[in-house]
Each structure stands twice: as structure tokens, then as C-alpha cells.
Design a protein around this ligand. Structure first.
Ligand code: FAD
Ligand code: FES
Length: 277
């Protein structure tokens, strides 16, 4: 099967994958590493649509962003919350199990259009595409700071936070990186929402571009703050998805200028100024 997703991208196709690691990395959150040729075709911010085997009653695939696509080692890293039947069965897949995923799906993050530092803001399992974005910026030598929010300390994904801290800058950029953690209940890092931390960061430093993924209400707050300081802002949206490639029209995103876009094929990454959040 070959289906067009974004006109500018490689066509989405069905790819086999084999699980090389699947383990719990935070409360209710799992990390899967798998071998798949798809890893060489993905751009940061795109997503894959995973078929979880062993339940014929669940015909829909699970859309998931990725935190790392390592073309050299054929490896893809997914980080996902177990919320329902599909993700529960996904978490039960063992090393050596195989299935298929469709991808590359959707568009991805765009590089900053102007010089200057970027601010990355993640909430909950919005972290995987933000991690992929951080890798993209580090490879280009673009300086950035990161805010990661979670409900409570046990929901912070420590291995990914460690990687964020250690990510090497590829082109000699010496910009030190600030990583600010928040929790709603104050059990780790700053107490409160990521937008509170963002206000502090904006008071200390100027940023050219903001990238955000998390709950819709969080991204709305992030986009409002960014726009108040004329900072370009990209957001990665989530919608319930059927096909994942533009055929079923069930993933509408309302546009500021009127009409609707499809989250799966026009997104999931949008310019925040163009969508109703
Ligand atoms: C482009 C995209 C990227 C995503 N990336 C990630 C990721 O990296 N990590 C991650 O943990 N999750 C991600 N999600 C959400 C993930 O797809 C859903 O959590 C998953 O499909 C739930 O499947 P389920 O069968 O376990 O749950 P279900 O039994 O189908 O539903 C359980 C609960 O999850 C909600 N839910 C189901 N599907 C979605 C959805 N597409 N978006 C939001 N809520 C949903 C339902 O409303 C319900 O409350 C992404 C979603 C999209 C659209
Ligand atoms: S999920 Fe079918 S059109 Fe987007």
C-alpha cells in the first residue's frame, strides 16, 4: 500500500518492525525501541501508525510520534502512555515480536525561519516529538532551552530527560542549555504549569521560535505567550484518527481563516497562528 500524506514528503507505506526493547520508563508510560527500515524515512515531528497484533476487534492503528529515528542503526524509538486497550496491548509486545507500521505520516517541524534561540515546551506525552525537535536543532547547531511539564514527578520520563540534557551540539555551538521541569503538584521541579515557567524564561531571554506539543489547552497558553512577544510558534496537534492519511476526514482542525485542515495529512505540526487552539 502506498498512500500520499504530505505532498512534499516520501509516500507513506506499510513497514515491518521488530521490537528490540519495550519497557516501562515512568508511571503508565512505556518506551519501545524497534528495528524498521522506516527509521531512515522519517523527519522530526512526523508520526507513524502502528498495528498492534492479536486483537481482530481493534482494526484501527495507533498514531504515535517518535522521539528518535536512527537511520544508521535502523532503529525507531516511541514513547507512549498506556491509556486504553490498544496501548495496553502495545505495552505487552515482547522483544522479537513483529508487526507493521504505516509511515512516514503527516508533516514535521520546520527549522526556524529567523536567527535566534528556540524554546521547546512539552507537556505529558507531548515529549516524544519535542525530543525529536531537540535532536533536529542540535544537529543544526541551533541553541535552545526546554520546558517539560508533567502532572506529578513519577510521570516525568527520566531517560528522555537525561538524553535531552546530554544531547551534543553538532556544529560547535557553545550555547548552554536550560531544562526546566514542572509538575502540577510540585513534586518535581517548579510547581505549576509550563506556561508559568515559560513566562519566567521569556523575561530572562529572547527567543525567535517556539515549538510545543502537549494538551490543547497548554498549547493555547504557550501560543498566546509566544505571540505576545512576536515569537514564531509551531504546535503539534493530536486528534482521534481513523485512516491517518487523509482519506476519512475524521481529524479536522479548525483554521483561523475559516475552514478546516486535516491533522493527519496537513499536520500534525501547524503554525500556531493559523489554527484555532
Ligand atoms: C499524531 C499523533 C501522535 C501521537 N503521539 C503520541 C505519542 O507519542 N505518545 C502517546 O502516548 N500518545 C500519542 N498519541 C495519542 C495516541 O495515539 C492515543 O493515546 C492512542 O491512540 C490510544 O489508543 P488506545 O487504543 O490505547 O486507547 P483507546 O481505547 O482508543 O482510548 C483511550 C483514551 O485515549 C483517548 N485517545 C484515543 N486516541 C486518541 C488520540 N489519537 N489522541 C488523543 N487521545 C486519544 C480516548 O479518547 C480515550 O480517552 C498521538 C496521537 C496522534 C494523533
Ligand atoms: S485520520 Fe483519516 S483523514 Fe485524518
Amino acid at each position: 500500500m502506498s498512500v500520499p500524506t504530505n505532498a512534499h514528503d516520501t509516500l507513506a507505506n506499510v513497514h515491518e518492525f521488530e521490537v528490540v526493547e519495550n519497557k516501562c520508563v515512568a508511571d503508565g508510560i512505556w518506551r519501545m525501541r524497534c528495528n524498521t527500515a522506516l527509521s531512515g524515512l522519517l523527519r522530526p515531528g512526523q508520526f507513524v501508525n502502528v498495528d498492534v497484533p492479536n486483537d481482530a476487534s481493534h482494526i484501527l492503528r495507533i498514531p504515535l510520534s517518535f522521539s528518535k529515528a536512527d537511520a544508521k542503526n535502523n532503529e525507531l524509538e516511541l514513547v507512549y502512555a498506556v491509556v486504553g486497550e490498544g496501548t495496553k496491548r502495545l505495552s505487552a509486545m515482547c522483544v522479537g515480536d513483529t508487526s507493521t507500521m504505516v509511515g512516514p505520516c503527516g508533516n514535521g517541524w520546520s527549522l526556524p525561519k529567523s536567527d535566534g534561540r528556540s524554546l521547546l515546551v512539552a507537556g505529558g506525552v507531548g515529549l516524544p516529538p519535542i525530543m525529536a525537535c531537540a535532536r533536529m536543532l542540535a544537529e543544526k547547531g541551533i541553541g535552545f532551552d526546554v520546558i517539560v511539564g508533567a502532572q506529578t514527578a513519577s510521570r516525568h520520563v527520566e531517560p528522555i530527560l537525561d538524553e535531552l540534557r546530554a544531547l551534543p551540539m553538532q556544529q560547535g555551538c557553545d550555547c548552554a542549555r536550560t531544562l526546566v521541569l514542572t509538575t502540577d503538584d510540585g513534586t518535581r521541579g517548579m510547581r505549576g504549569f509550563v506556561t508559568t515557567a515559560m513566562q519566567d524564561m521569556l523575561a530572562e531571554r529572547s527567543y525567535a521560535t517556539c515549538y510545543s506539543c502537549g494538551p490543547n489547552i497548554m498549547m493555547r497558553g504557550v501560543a498566546e505567550l509566544a505571540h505576545s512577544q512576536n515569537i514564531a510558534c509551531q504546535v503539534s496537534l493530536e486528534r482521534m484518527m481513523g485512516c491517518g492519511f487523509g482519506a476519512c476526514s475524521c481529524c479536522n482542525v479548525e483554521l483561523v481563516g475559516g475552514g478546516y485542515a486535516l491533522c493527519c495529512s496537513d499536520g500534525p505540526v501547524f503554525d500556531a497562528s493559523e489554527v484555532v487552539l
